[in-house]
Design a protein around this ligand. Structure first.
Ligand code: ADP
Ligand code: MG
Length: 270
């Protein structure tokens, strides 16, 4: 569905991406993993028309693609839910759902937005993903973070996305809300979409991912199929692995110091 070939992206003298190649198939979840600043957002912004690659090319459905704006990418069926979620909290669920693509009724001077239809679709689409919206006219700001992410995802799917790109959809969410989003990612895959799921949380990525591409300081450490790699190996390849190990050692040291400090007073009490 999507193939990137040797993509580089420079911002002036900053090399944000270097020599990235990656393939994503339909009906598959590709997790893009990496620590903050690894280049994950830059990579998908390049794929979705926000940035132009400095070098390299990419193909959509085996054809070479050049996007000059996100709406170009959307026309090609690539829908992106950006990290800085584009929603207006004070506007209704329906208005956010249809923003920029409002359905209309009537012709000529009598043409107007068909809010009744829009409300019904918004409610139905949210119900399909298991979120019961009593009033689609309620402001998006009244939804939980997970539900808000789901509005953005449901919108992308409703407008016919073939590729769904999600930039850290779970990073600001609690466990329960994150599971709503993860379940929806699994459903999008079952519907035959190609999903690129960006996160720095291996525990979110591993259960839903079919393949993992690991970015580190703008370069790819490679793509690994789930059957070839364990959760621990993925974690270790990300910047976090080694650091977490030394953090573990450090914390154990604190614990020992704590225990030592506590034991004399404990015996004094006794
Ligand atoms: N518009 C930009 N101009 C200059 N540098 C940028 C720009 N966007 C991203 N970068 C740089 O690219 C690197 C990767 O950023 P980003 O893709 O946002 O990382 P991630 O999403 O993995 O946390 C960072 O060092 C960042 O400073
Ligand atoms: Mg990012």
């Amino acid at each position: 569905m999507i193939e990137m070939r040797k993509v580089d992206k420079h911002f002036g003298s900053v090399i944000a991406l270097s020599d990235i190649s990656m393939k994503v198939h339909s009906g598959e979840v590709m997790c893009l993993l990496g620590d903050n600043g690894a280049g994950k957002s830059t990579l998908i912004k390049t794929l979705s028309g926000v940035h132009q690659p400095t070098h390299g090319e990419f193909l959509v459905d085996c054809r070479e693609a050049h996007f000059t704006s996100p709406s170009d990418a959307l026309d090609a069926g690539i829908a992106t839910v950006f990290q800085d979620l584009a929603m207006i909290p004070l506007m209704s669920i329906t208005r956010n759902f249809f923003m920029g693509r409002e359905p209309t009724v009537g012709w000529g001077p009598l043409r107007r937005v068909d809010w009744k239809f829009a409300d019904r679709v918004a409610q139905e689409e949210m119900a399909k993903i298991g979120i019961d919206v009593r009033d689609p006219g309620q402001p998006v700001g009244t939804l939980s973070g997970g539900e808000r992410q789901c509005v953005a995802i449901a919108r992308a799917v409703y407008f016919g996305a073939k590729v769904l790109i999600l930039d850290e959809p779970t990073s600001a969410l609690g466990v329960k809300q994150a599971s709503v989003v993860l379940r929806y990612i699994a459903k999008a895959r079952a519907d035959g979409l190609a999903v690129i799921f960006i996160t720095h949380n291996v525990h979110h990525a591993y259960p839903v991912g079919d393949a993992f591409t690991i970015l580190k300081r703008g370069t790819s450490l490679g793509t690994f199929r789930k059957e070839d790699v364990s959760r621990e190996e993925v974690l270790n390849m990300m910047a976090g692995g080694a650091e977490l190990e030394s953090l573990d050692a450090e914390l154990a040291e604190f614990q020992r110091a704590d225990d030592q400090a506590r034991s004399p007073s404990a015996s004094a009490v006794a």
